[in-house]
Design a protein around this ligand. Structure first.
Ligand SMILES: [Zn+2]
Length: 380
């Protein structure tokens, strides 16, 4: 089977994934190097057998198409992306930019919008460009203090890109749309000023109040008294109108403007250890409740089998509280994306301050869950 890629010319391959017991991170690409695009860092000892297999893959090859990192890399401004600590926006953006440079056949970075303060909202698309692909959306840090979410989606991007052709068809027949930091202003603010800042940095009434972007989507926006707030000082402030904020607009336009039919919408949050699905604005089950419960349970099982962590599964209202104007209620009802989930990562114990030594395990369990979801999506 031939695989369509952006470039018709086959590329020469040299994989550097040789040590299954190590994590690999990319380095700054010394001009003098003609070999590796990756360097190893400390062993974390948490890879599953599947991941060990992937990381030990020596040659990434399928049919007549070879996908390889560039042999000679340009000088990189930023280095040290890894999953041993949390990183600032510039490191994360440099990481996805470099993935695009190194794996141009399957990676594309686009700016899908600008934040309130003018920062780029970048999206990494990973795709073999096959015509029959369906779309998967994954966003992180819509709530800026939930740093683990960005670590998780960048980990997934890294593993997926560097081992693309070793994955099953259920993974490679998707166009992966990954937004590592949906709320970049808030994210930077949590690093420079206030670690617990949740909202964006919108100004209303002359001062920065911030809008809870996960209350700013149009479905059931502003409904009821409990699911969001019209008080700008409230942590659940929904904004003056649906899609009043450039960050939520960026999601809407990227999805509705895509020609690819999306099958899954995954918005990563922390810290409740939950896999939740619509509805958030009412108690009755959504039309696909049983299917979403089943697929969510399969994800929870994958997490449990990876690390022993137990994530609960259910509708937003059942497991948390009323939430109106959320992104997953919008993606499910308006964008018609059947598998719309909010994944609440670790940890109930540490809340938003998940210790960095738990990053690798959290990434590993979440990635295994997502892969299982892809299998389910293709079979149903
Ligand atoms: Zn959140």
């Amino acid at each position: 089977m031939s695989v369509a890629v952006k470039s018709a010319r086959p590329r020469r391959i040299k994989s550097t994934l040789q040590r299954p017991d190590k994590f690999y991170v990319y380095d700054d690409g010394d001009e003098s190097s003609s070999e590796s695009t990756m360097t190893k860092c400390a062993s974390n000892g948490t890879q599953t057998r599947d991941e060990q297999k992937l990381l030990s893959t020596h040659t990434i090859q399928k049919s007549n198409v070879l996908i390889t990192p560039r042999k000679k890399l340009k000088k990189r401004k930023v280095k040290l992306m890894d999953w041993k600590k949390y990183h600032r926006l510039n490191v994360i953006y440099a990481f996805i930019d470099d993935l695009e440079k190194d794996f141009p056949a399957i990676c594309t970075v686009t700016v899908i919008g600008k934040s309130v303060e003018g920062r780029d909202i970048k999206m990494l698309k990973i795709s073999n460009s096959n015509a029959g692909n369906s779309g998967v959306w994954m966003d992180a840090c819509i709530h800026s203090r939930e740093w683990i979410t960005t670590a998780v989606v960048t980990y997934m991007a890294n593993v997926l890109v560097r081992n693309f052709h070793t994955f099953s068809d259920a993974v490679t027949n998707k166009d992966w749309h990954i937004v590592p930091v949906l709320n970049p202003d808030g994210y930077e603010y949590t690093h420079t000023h206030e670690r617990m800042w949740r909202k964006n940095r919108a100004k209303y009434g002359g001062e920065c109040v911030g809008v809870d972007l996960n209350r700013n989507f149009s479905y059931a926006w502003g409904q009821g008294d409990e699911g969001s707030s019209d008080d700008p000082k409230h942590v659940f402030y929904r904004g003056p109108a649906p899609f009043s904020e450039p960050e939520s607009i960026a999601v809407r336009d990227a999805i509705l403007g895509s020609v690819v039919p999306f099958k899954a919408f995954l918005s990563f949050h922390s810290y409740y250890e939950l896999i939740i699905f619509p509805w958030g604005n009412r108690t009755d089950p959504c039309p696909d409740y049983v299917r979403l419960l089943e697929a969510g349970s399969i994800m929870a099982r994958a997490i449990f089998e990876t690390t022993g962590k137990t994530y609960k599964v259910g509708s937003t209202k059942d497991l948390t509280y009323y939430a109106c104007g959320t992104s997953i209620d919008w993606s499910y009802s308006i964008a018609k994306i059947p598998y719309s989930y909010m994944v609440e990562l670790r940890s109930r114990k540490n809340k938003f301050r998940l210790p960095k030594d738990q990053i690798p395990e959290t990434c590993s369990e979440a990635w295994n869950a997502v892969q299982k979801l892809m299998d389910y999506v293709d079979k149903h």
